[in-house]
Design a protein around this ligand. Structure first.
Ligand SMILES: *Cc1c(COP(=O)(O)O)cnc(C)c1O
Length: 235
């Protein structure tokens, strides 16, 4: 199947999952994860009506956004952010950096953003699965990190992100999303100055319907749109 058919099928499944959720009237934003695929595939996806794209490597995001600068694309950075890549990342006017999980990266963002006189909207990545290979702040340290981030003038927290547990156990996957939403609602209740809990970025090709049932506002879909990535280029 081509990208247009894949996107149509995802949209259909998104609508169905929404009907099973507690807030069926909300919008779920589809982020097409184009990592490892060339700019030409992104053009195909644009032809299929997609406009939000996600990348997990700074260099790849920078070169793809450069190659596609004539196109109206909303870019999302979804990968682990190393401090030495922050400066480069800021060459791209991302909608959201989804993956803030420690102060170190935020402090470097502040330093570079102050120089540019710019700001960025970010999500805080939480490690809900407990898998040590994954990045993300621990769930019980998330609120503390969010509070600390309010001291950083140039970034604004707009929501939370997680990667669901990598397992066939659907209940364990659902649990990750349920618990992330609980943190989301708790932060909202605390009404922390400067913090807006607008977005819940959760759900990928294998689990986006569960994520939507549990309140996702943004899903990040790679394989189900672009097809399998080659092993060598995984991650
Ligand atoms: C690769 C990636 C995705 C998309 O994964 P698929 O299973 O291909 O849909 C989503 N989120 C993050 C953070 C990723 O790195």
């Amino acid at each position: 199947m081509g990208i247009a058919e894949n996107a149509a099928e995802i949209n259909r499944r998104v609508s169905q999952a929404l009907l099973r959720s507690s807030d069926p009237s909300r919008e779920v934003k589809l982020i097409a994860v184009s990592k490892t695929f060339p700019a030409e595939r992104v053009l195909d996806a644009i032809d299929a009506g997609l406009f939000r794209f996600g990348e997990n490597r700074v260099q790849e995001l920078v070169s793809k956004s450069e190659a596609l600068k004539k196109k109206k694309i909303e870019w999302h950075f979804i990968g682990h952010l190393q401090t030495n890549k922050v400066k480069k990342l800021l060459d791209v006017p991302t909608k959201y950096i989804h993956s803030i999980d420690r102060m170190e990266a935020a402090i470097e963002l502040e330093r570079q953003l102050q120089k540019r006189g710019e700001s960025r909207d970010v999500l805080v990545e939480v490690n809900m699965s407990g898998e040590s290979s994954k990045s993300g702040v621990e769930p019980d340290k998330a609120i503390e990190l969010i509070r600390a981030l309010t001291k950083i003038e140039t970034i604004k927290v707009k929501g939370l992100m997680t990667i669901g547990a990598l397992t066939e156990d659907r209940k364990a996957v659902r649990d990750c999303f349920v618990k992330l939403r609980e943190i989301f609602l708790r932060v909202r209740e605390e009404a922390i100055d400067k913090v807006e809990m607008a977005e819940l970025s959760m759900g990928m090709s294998g689990d986006f319907e569960i994520a939507i049932e549990e309140g996702a506002t943004m899903i990040r879909i790679g394989t189900a749109i672009f097809g399998e990535r080659t092993k060598a280029a995984q991650n």
